[in-house]
Design a protein around this ligand. Sequence first.
Ligand SMILES: NC(=O)c1ccc[n+]([C@@H]2O[C@H](COP(=O)([O-])OP(=O)(O)OC[C@H]3O[C@@H](n4cnc5c(N)ncnc54)[C@H](OP(=O)(O)O)[C@@H]3O)[C@@H](O)[C@H]2O)c1
Length: 339
Amino acid sequence: MKQSGINRSETFEALIVEQDEHGRFVSRIGRRRFDELPEHGLLIKVNYSGLNYKDALSASGHKGITRKYPHTPGIDAAGVVVHSDTDRFRNGDEVIVTGYDLGMNTSGGFATYICVPPDWTVRKPDNLTLLECMSIGTSGFTAASAIYEFIKHGTNPCESKVLVSGASGAVGSMAVAMLSKAGYKVTASTGKPEATEFLRRIGASEIIGREDLNDTSGKGLLPVRWHAALDTVGGNTLSTVLLSTAEHGIVANCGMIASSKLEVPVFPFILRAVRLIGIAAAETPMERRLELWNLISNTLKPDCLDEMIRIVPLHDVPSALSAMINGSLQGKVVIKISA
Ligand SMILES: NC(=O)c1ccc[n+]([C@@H]2O[C@H](COP(=O)([O-])OP(=O)(O)OC[C@H]3O[C@@H](n4cnc5c(N)ncnc54)[C@H](OP(=O)(O)O)[C@@H]3O)[C@@H](O)[C@H]2O)c1
């Protein structure tokens, strides 16, 4: 860090989560010293970050995400290298970091600087801006990971209807827009009637209510409604989705907004050969990561990306985190950190 001209006792702006005297987790904007950052090979000045559900969990003291506080969340960051210990990156390179341990137990992207291993770092694709990279971020990367699996499975865009649950959220809305761009017919499930117009604009051809994915009949199979699905909700929603999937269909689950439990009859698997796969974006190996960013930048980037995001300053992040926990956000929140 010495070569970067930065003194380790200098400070930079960051969102800091800590416990108050009552043990409650509170978020505030404050300053952190460079010597509080971990000593990894790349120091990056962050231009943009993005809001993800994991950040909301980290900011509310979820010990499965973050063990030690005070902490700066932010699992996504895009910015410029200001110091590099490796020949693989030079000062001035524009880069993206999503997932791995960033923002979990490593100081994250809700700050002017992050320090990360080069192995976590992806060079910004030429045909995306840093703002576009963070508009997509982990949410879009997760949606693209599912679409990659659908394509690999042989799900044909011209003939296939695909369901997205939690459709107005960050992952859900990216999935709706990317699937529609790839040519699929998209059914969007939402609990927000007011999101109908938004979902149609970004590419949904059918909108269904959240309660429509909460079957309690106890049946072992339900009438077929789609060939593939991306479920962000878990629990009985995922079960209902599986029971309604066509023969040889595929269901990807990435989330557990409603529940982390899954109780489902085996009939979709043994009678319809439905495949259930998991998406773990943070753990994606680097080779696949590069392939996915390539797919996103060349094929899947939504044409309506500008309409799907809301750019906020770091000061607005605490209220956006609360809105995320309440499930009231629509689309993606991008955080402008520095110019
Ligand atoms: N595995 C991975 O790699 C990965 C990556 C990213 C995110 N995730 C997970 O994916 C999930 C979604 O993340 P996100 O960033 O999209 O969050 P988000 O922006 O907060 O969206 C979640 C959406 O779920 C719906 N929802 C909220 N409460 C619900 C409830 N009680 N029952 C059913 N639906 C509800 C809402 O959409 P509607 O109102 O439209 O229904 C909400 O907008 C989270 O569990 C997150 O941890 C996983």
